[in-house]
Design a protein. Structure first.
Lengths: 282, 193
């Protein structure tokens, strides 16, 4: 199938992009790399009146480091971030990016686009949530900073307003090594886990592919090696009854437990230590 | 006519059609296209380059893979208007102008890397990008090649012949550097899912 007809705007400034969104909220689809939107346009599961292409808006480019915060412009491709020397300061992001689609889709797909799309199995929303990142949005009425914990409201749903444009995502540069683990059945029933220690040494574990959004796993008082089983069990309890033809609920629960256990086996509060993933070790 | 002769923003027509200009396999192409026209259809129907195959239109199969400014892309998931003023390489642009096949194309024949051939244009382009990265310094073991080639689907071969062909072409390319072959923008390999 091919897309239904739409009007097309390619603004050359952020102000122009926000003005378009303000004039036609609700009937606009924002196009960055197109790796999630164009399949929907092709299948006509989305038929917007207007496609707003942000790829040539100069304010949306660039990867920058501001103190201990990595800022990724909404139009920066996943592959560019994978090879960016500043992004290398957040190794868990680079590790997760290796699991996003394939090289041809990462060459065009953007980090911001994947986060705004909010696929409940996607890797990058999980990384943003686990690290406590921020989504920066602009509209004609100004800028809004949305903590990741308030961004993902459901499958393919975010708290971005129809007149708002995601312009950047910000990730704190972790002081300790964080890890990403993924388990799936031939790229279906995909379940991912991120784990790491915050500046205060507290352990954070988050998982996705379990329900409508990425979620932080409750880890009360966890930190000792003996707690890994309890954390994996807590993660297992987060799996909603969302089995499909690619994976039953019981299978997803098993994948979550394995992914969390693998992440916890690699994570350490020692900032100088890095345990390779099984992909790295292969 | 060259692509630089046209204004940077060609006026839109009432249908939404606009003039797009690209360098396709080194030759300038200028044609009208609606915004909804994807790059695969533009290349096949406007530029006459039917070597690029289309099948799923969802990004699953990779048969439509082309290089956009040296980087592989699903041309079914790229609107033609997004590729305005870009340099495109399709499977027709991989061989030498005199018709000599590239190392990888020849290796696909030598290693029986295709049967029905439907997916082959996409694999040729995908492998060409990998060889360009290897020339720029990246190194690939067989496991990494499997990860990279898993971007595209082949329903005939079971992939073994394709991987063998790429391994062979990579080894040959690194032994006998040919600067005429296209260099990619990203020089290092990476792990993929």
């Amino acid at each position: 199938m091919r897309p239904a007809p739409f009007r097309y705007r390619e603004p050359r400034s952020l102000d122009e992009a926000c003005a378009v969104l303000a004039a036609e909220p609700g009937d606009v689809a924002v196009l960055a790399g197109g790796q999630s939107l164009v399949p929907q346009l092709n299948a006509r599961t989305r038929t917007p009146g207007l496609v707003l292409a942000i790829g040539r808006v100069p304010e949306l480019g660039g990867v920058t480091l501001d103190g201990d915060r990595l800022r990724i412009g909404a139009a920066v491709t996943q592959r560019t971030v994978q090879h960016d020397p500043l992004a290398a300061r957040v190794p868990v992001l680079v590790e997760a990016l290796g699991h996003v689609g394939h090289v041809p889709t990462r060459n065009r797909g953007t980090v911001g686009g994947s986060i705004a799309f909010a696929d409940p199995a996607a890797e990058l929303p999980l990384v943003l949530l686990a690290l406590g990142g921020v989504a920066v949005a602009h509209s004609a009425s100004g800028q809004r900073r949305i903590p990741a914990a308030e961004l993902f409201t459901g499958p393919f749903r975010t708290s971005l307003r129809p007149d708002e444009l995601l312009t950047a995502v910000e990730l704190p540069v972790p002081a300790h090594p964080w890890v990403f683990e993924q388990r799936h059945f031939r790229r279906h029933a995909k379940v991912s886990a991120v784990a790491g220690h915050g500046p205060d040494g507290a352990l954070t574990v988050a998982v996705t592919g379990v329900g409508g959004t990425p979620v932080v796993v409750p880890t009360p008082g966890a930190g000792g090696a003996g707690d890994a089983d309890a954390v994996a069990a807590a993660a297992t309890d987060l799996v909603l009854p969302n089995g499909d033809r690619y994976g039953s609920v019981a299978y997803r629960r098993r994948l979550v437990a394995v992914a969390v256990a693998a992440a916890l086996s690699r994570v350490t509060p020692d900032p100088t230590h890095h345990t390779p993933s099984r992909e790295e070790a292969a | 006519m060259t692509t630089t002769d046209l204004p940077t923003t060609a006026p839109a027509r009432p249908t939404g059609e606009r003039v797009l200009t690209m360098q396709v396999n080194g030759e300038p192409v200028a044609a009208l296209a609606e915004p909804r026209t994807n790059l695969a259809d533009f290349l096949r129907e406007r530029a006459g380059r039917t070597g690029t195959h289309t099948s799923c239109h969802q990004g699953w199969c990779g048969a439509c893979t082309v290089l956009v400014d040296g980087e592989s892309a699903r041309s079914c998931l790229t609107l033609a208007v997004q590729a305005d003023r870009a340099e495109i390489t399709t499977v027709e642009g991989i061989e030498d102008p005199d018709g000599t096949l590239s190392r990888f194309q020849q290796a696909l024949i030598d290693h029986t890397g295709f049967q029905c051939g439907f997916c082959t244009p996409g694999f040729v382009v995908l492998g060409t990008e990998i060889i360009a990265e290897a020339r720029a310094g990246a190194r690939f073991d067989r496991a990494e090649l499997l990860r990279r080639l898993s971007a595209n689907i082949c329903r005939c071969t079971g992939y073994a012949g394709i991987v063998d062909a790429l391994e062979s072409a990579l080894a040959s390319a690194l032994e006998d550097p040919d600067p005429a072959e296209q260099a990619g923008r990203h020089g290092s390999g990476e792990a993929g899912a």
